[in-house]
Design a protein around this ligand. Structure first.
Ligand SMILES: Cc1cc2nc3c(=O)[nH]c(=O)nc-3n(C[C@H](O)[C@H](O)[C@H](O)COP(=O)(O)OP(=O)(O)OC[C@H]3O[C@@H](n4cnc5c(N)ncnc54)[C@H](O)[C@@H]3O)c2cc1C
Length: 399
C-alpha cells in the first residue's frame, strides 16, 4: 500500500479533519466495507481491509441498486452514467400468483433509475478500484475483537495478530462478531421467512427490462435479468414456521422449490421450471443497533442495520453509510466527534428504511379478502406507486 502524505497535526485536528495519512482498519470486504475503504483511501487515508474469506466472492446473484445507492457508486467512480456491468431497469410489474395476471406496472422512480447488478460483478468493481487506489486488502483475516485505547483502536485477529488504527470500521455483515462489543449479546431472530435464490440462462431481450414481483399467500417471487439479459435472477420467498438447519444457508432441491410454489402460474411457473441449482437462506434479523460507535470503532451496513430484502435496500444503505461516514470524518474535528455525527445522521434513516421493508413482508404475502382489497388498491394507484418510496430513492448521501 502506498500511504498518502501525512497531514500536519494542526490540519488533522482543526475545525474540520483532514483524513490524509490517518490509519483505518475496515473489518469485512463486502460491498459496504469495500465502498468505505475506497472512499477513505481516495481521501488519503491509509486503509487495510480485513476479510475472513480466502477469496472475495458473493453468493446469490442479483442486486437491485436504486438511485440512492447509484449516487454513491458514481461518486466513488465505479459507475458512470451507463454503469459498467449494470442493467438499466424499466420498473417493476406486479402480478397475482395464480395465472400471473398483471396487477400493476410501477414506473421507474422519477428521481432516477434502478440498475440490476450481478453481485460478483459489483463486488469485483469495488475490489479492483480499491486495489488500484492502494487499499491493502487482506484475505483469510478473521477479526475476533476490537479494543479501544486512547486515540486508537486495537484490532485482534483470530491468528493472534494485532493491528492498531486511528479508526476501526466493522462492516462484517448481519452476523457481525464486532457488533456485540458495542451492543452486548443479541441473538439474531429467525423472521419465519426463507429465501430461495437461483439464476437461469435467459434469452429474451427487452429494450429496458423490468423486474417482476409475483405475490401469493405467504409467498412471493422476484425475478429480473442480469448481465445483458443473459441470466435471469430469481428470489422466491416463503413463510416458514421453523428452520431446522444449523447454518443460515444451504443447497436447496429445485424440485422442492417447484413443489412449494406449485400453485404459481404464468411466467413464474416457466421460470421456476428451468431452475437446476438453488440455495436457501433463512432470513435472520437483529434490530437496528442501539449503539453504532464508541469513538474509535463504528458499525456500517448490515452489521448496524440488517434488513429484510423486501425493499431491496440493504446494500444501498451500506453504500450510503460509507459515504456519510467519510463526510463526517472530513467535516468534524477528531474521529470521536466524527463517529458520533455519523451515528446521529444514519440511525434514523436506517430505522425508517428497515421498517418499510418489514411492512412489505406483510403486504406481499396477504391472504384471503385482505389480498383482494390490496390488489384493488394497487390497481387504482397503478404507476403512481413509485412515488410512495421516493423518500428512499431521492436521498443523495453525496449531495
Ligand atoms: C435474498 C436477498 C436479496 C437482497 N437483495 C438486495 C437488493 O436487491 N438490493 C440491495 O440493496 N440489497 C439487497 N440485499 C441486502 C444486501 O445483500 C446486504 O444488505 C449487503 O450485502 C450488506 O453489505 P455489508 O457489506 O454490510 O455486509 P456483507 O455483504 O454481509 O459483507 C460482510 C463481509 O464481512 C466478512 N466478515 C464477517 N465477519 C468477519 C470477521 N469477523 N472478520 C473479517 N471479515 C468478516 C464477510 O465474510 C463478508 O465478506 C438482499 C439480501 C438478501 C438476503
Amino acid at each position: 500500500m502506498t500511504p498518502g502524505p501525512v497531514a500536519p497535526a494542526f490540519l488533522r485536528y482543526g475545525s474540520a479533519m483532514n483524513i490524509n495519512g490517518l490509519k483505518f482498519c475496515v473489518i469485512g470486504g463486502g460491498l459496504g466495507g469495500l465502498a468505505a475503504a475506497l472512499a477513505l483511501r481516495t481521501r488519503g487515508g491509509r486503509v487495510t481491509v480485513l476479510e475472513q474469506a480466502p477469496a472475495l466472492t458473493e453468493v446469490g446473484a442479483g442486486l437491485q441498486i436504486s438511485a440512492n445507492g447509484m449516487a454513491v457508486l458514481r461518486a466513488l467512480g465505479v459507475a458512470s452514467d451507463v454503469p459498467e456491468a449494470g442493467q438499466l431497469s424499466g420498473g417493476t410489474v406486479l402480478r397475482d400468483y395464480r395465472k400471473g395476471r398483471v396487477i400493476s406496472r410501477i414506473a421507474p422512480p422519477a428521481v432516477g433509475p434502478t440498475y440490476y447488478y450481478h453481485r460478483a460483478d459489483l463486488l469485483d468493481l469495488l475490489h479492483q478500484a480499491a486495489l488500484r487506489a492502494g487499499v491493502d486488502v487482506r484475505l483469510g483475516a478473521r477479526v475476533e475483537k476490537v479494543r479501544k485505547h486512547p486515540g486508537e483502536a486495537e484490532i485482534v485477529l483470530q491468528n493472534g495478530e494485532r493491528l492498531r488504527a486511528e479508526c476501526a470500521i466493522a462492516a462484517d455483515g448481519g452476523r457481525s462478531a464486532i457488533r456485540p462489543i458495542l451492543n452486548g449479546a443479541e441473538a439474531p431472530e429467525f423472521t419465519h421467512q426463507v429465501a430461495w435464490r437461483a439464476t437461469i440462462p435467459w434469452e429474451h431481450q427487452e429494450d429496458v427490462p423490468r423486474a417482476s414481483l409475483t405475490m401469493g399467500p405467504g409467498r412471493h417471487v422476484v425475478s429480473y435479468p442480469l448481465r445483458d439479459q443473459s441470466l435471469m435472477n430469481i428470489v422466491a420467498i416463503e413463510e416458514r414456521s421453523d428452520w431446522q438447519e444449523e447454518g443460515w444457508r444451504r443447497q436447496g432441491d429445485p424440485d422442492d422449490l417447484r413443489t412449494r410454489f406449485a400453485d404459481f402460474g404464468g411466467p413464474v411457473r416457466d421460470i421456476l421450471s428451468k431452475v437446476e441449482d438453488v440455495h436457501l437462506w433463512a432470513l435472520f434479523l437483529r434490530p437496528v443497533a442501539q449503539k453504532w460507535q464508541n469513538g474509535r470503532l463504528a458499525l456500517l451496513g448490515d452489521a448496524a442495520h440488517p434488513t429484510l430484502p423486501f425493499m431491496a435496500q440493504g446494500a444501498c444503505l451500506a453504500l450510503e453509510d460509507a459515504w456519510i461516514l467519510i463526510r463526517s470524518l472530513q467535516d468534524h474535528s477528531g474521529v470521536t466527534r466524527a463517529l458520533a455525527a455519523y451515528e446521529a445522521a444514519r440511525r434514523p434513516r436506517a430505522r425508517q428504511v428497515v421498517a418499510a421493508a418489514g411492512a412489505n413482508a406483510r403486504n406481499f404475502h396477504l391472504r384471503g379478502p385482505m389480498r383482494f382489497a390490496a390488489q384493488a388498491a394497487l390497481m387504482a394507484i397503478g404507476p403512481r406507486l413509485a412515488r410512495r418510496y421516493e423518500w428512499i430513492y431521492s436521498y443523495d448521501a453525496t449531495a
